[in-house]
Design a protein around this ligand. Structure first.
Ligand SMILES: O=C(O)CCC(=O)C(=O)O
Ligand SMILES: [Fe+2]
Length: 499
């Protein structure tokens, strides 16, 4: 695929190879032409085709003046003297800029950021993932079409199990009666090779920093014997020692996607920020900024996120005030999404992307709202549950004394306070699938409970030192920021945590 002068050819050589002969094409607002999704009901345009045509008609980022855009774009080479030998001053400037935008709910597109090159072939994927025989579970477009009617009914299973190598081969296998072609997406296969973690991301992974800072703590609640007496346990290990694997796996993963796969509109789960870098191929990425205009209540805003799930589906929806923009992501691009940004994605050629989730103190008000959306409507608005996420948030609160010498914004702090103090109000809803249940003896559960005792004290001490009564936290959180995305500029004084 050529990526010259910003014009990508996304159709050359794919018909009859990645796409069955006769697949239609669609022209996007930027002029880029791609193949349409080829999984459709016989003789009609299916929901994926309608969704992609609707995406294609939204303005392209290149057509919007930067002052009118809700996405912030820069080329890394314009902000750094030498990207091959980066100095701390440039690194600090860039990271500060990204954190500032993300904390305001503004997606950032970094261009010109080279990552180690890989290919969609057996040897490259074998090196990345260690085996082509490993079983994987993919989302498959034909199964989804069969299971989902794009009405608000529960989604039946759209997953298919196969070997990684067979999935890689299937991208270019022809459609035949004996073996129908598949169109799949392997999401969130956590990264083994971390060499492609961009430094702009390492420096915003604050959840990882805090797990390090808490390495000497021990807060595990002790088990009790039959008489209710605590059973002593040696503090053999210190620090968070029972992290759910998801807590580190969510940090970096690889996405392998067949040409023609459409991911419908969603926001990423657990109030996480997300980064995404293209390694092979490209993606048409539609960012949707749901507006709070005209409403004050956060619950009504949650309803807007719910109704926004009808956008780009070909199904009429309740009107949802929003802005939408298309970005054609290609190699060298890193898209960094704040929590809550809704997006739908079309992959017009076989692609590999590396990405991950992150949490930052300065965007905790966005995380708090995102978790609230998941709690009320998660079964519709998102495609994931992150069982490791709440322990990461607890770790961020636990590490607060380490930040008592740095500025801490008030609105994001209040977001974190709510997540900790009123945890049940933020449990993700799985719409009938059931919620995560732990055995009380489970070390992970006992550690979270012990840590919660501690972090509640930390949060309450800070609130008290800043003269904020508990009853005011939610009220302040909703009214201090003009928009739910606004972190404000008021600071919280953490000096009471110095000792
Ligand atoms: O690439 C895709 O199809 C979807 C990616 C995405 O939105 C996600 O991983 O959350
Ligand atoms: Fe997503």
């Amino acid at each position: 695929m050529a990526a010259q002068l910003g014009v990508m050819d996304l159709v050359a050589g794919v018909e009859g190879v990645e796409f069955p002969p006769g697949t239609g094409q669609v022209k996007w607002a930027s002029g880029i032409v791609t193949m349409e999704p080829w999984i459709t009901p016989i003789g009609q345009d299916g929901p994926d085709v309608l969704g992609v045509r609707s995406m294609a008609s939204t303005p392209d980022i290149s057509q919007i003046e930067s002052k009118d855009s809700f996405v912030y774009i820069f080329d890394i080479r314009d902000l750094c003297k030498n990207i091959d030998d980066l100095d701390l001053e440039d690194r600090t400037t860039v990271v500060h800029l990204i954190k500032d935008k993300i904390s305001r709910g503004i997606p950032v597109l970094v261009r010109g950021f080279p990552l180690p090159s890989i290919e969609w072939d057996f040897s490259s994927v074998n090196r990345m993932k260690g085996s082509l025989l490993n079983p994987i579970s993919i989302q498959e477009a034909r199964l989804r079409m069969a299971s989902e009617t794009y009405t608000k009914s529960p989604v039946a299973d759209l997953h298919l199990e196969l070997k990684l190598g067979d999935f890689i081969a299937a991208a270019t296998e022809p459609d035949s009666e004996d073996s129908p072609k598949m169109c799949g997406n392997l999401l969130d296969s956590h990264s083994v090779d971390w060499s492609a973690m961009p430094w702009v991301i390492t420096d915003i992974n604050e959840q990882a920093t805090t797990v390090y800072q808490n390495r000497r703590d021990w807060h595990i609640r002790l088990n009790k014997n039959a008489e209710g007496k605590e059973i002593a346990e040696p503090e053999t290990f210190s620090g968070p020692q029972s992290m759910h694997p998801d807590g580190w796996q969510l940090q970096m993963w690889d996405l392998f996607t067949h040409g023609g796969f459409f991911t419908r509109i969603h926001h990423d789960a657990a109030g996480a920020g997300t980064w995404m870098a293209i390694r092979v191929g490209g993606k048409m990425w539609n960012l949707v900024d749901v507006s709070q205009q005209g409403i004050r209540s956060r619950d009504r805003l949650v309803d807007r996120f719910y109704h926004a799930t009808d956008l780009f589906t070909g199904t009429p929806s309740q009107p949802v005030p929003h802005k939408a923009i298309t970005v054609c992501l290609q190699c060298g691009d890193i898209l960094i999404q704040p929590p809550n940004i809704m997006h739908c994605v079309y992959t017009p050629v076989k692609s590999i992307a590396t990405g991950g989730h992150f949490y930052m103190y300065s965007s905790m008000h966005l995380t708090q709202f995102g978790c609230r959306v998941d709690h009320r409507k998660g079964g519709w608005t998102t495609n994931q549950v992150h069982p490791g996420a709440s322990h990461l948030m607890i770790n961020m609160a636990l590490a607060l004394p380490n930040f008592s010498d740095k500025p801490m914004l008030k609105v994001p702090f209040l977001g974190l306070a709510r997540l900790i103090l009123d945890r049940d109000a933020y449990e993700p809803s799985l719409d009938g699938v059931g919620t995560a249940r732990y055995y009380p003896q489970d070390i992970q559960h006992r550690e979270e409970l012990g840590e919660l005792d501690k972090v509640k004290k930390i949060i309450q001490a800070v609130l008290e030192a800043n003269n904020i009564p508990l009853s005011q936290v939610d009220i302040l959180l909703q009214s201090l920021g003009r928009d739910y995305k606004d972190p404000g500029d008021e600071q919280m004084d953490l000096s009471c945590l110095r000792e």
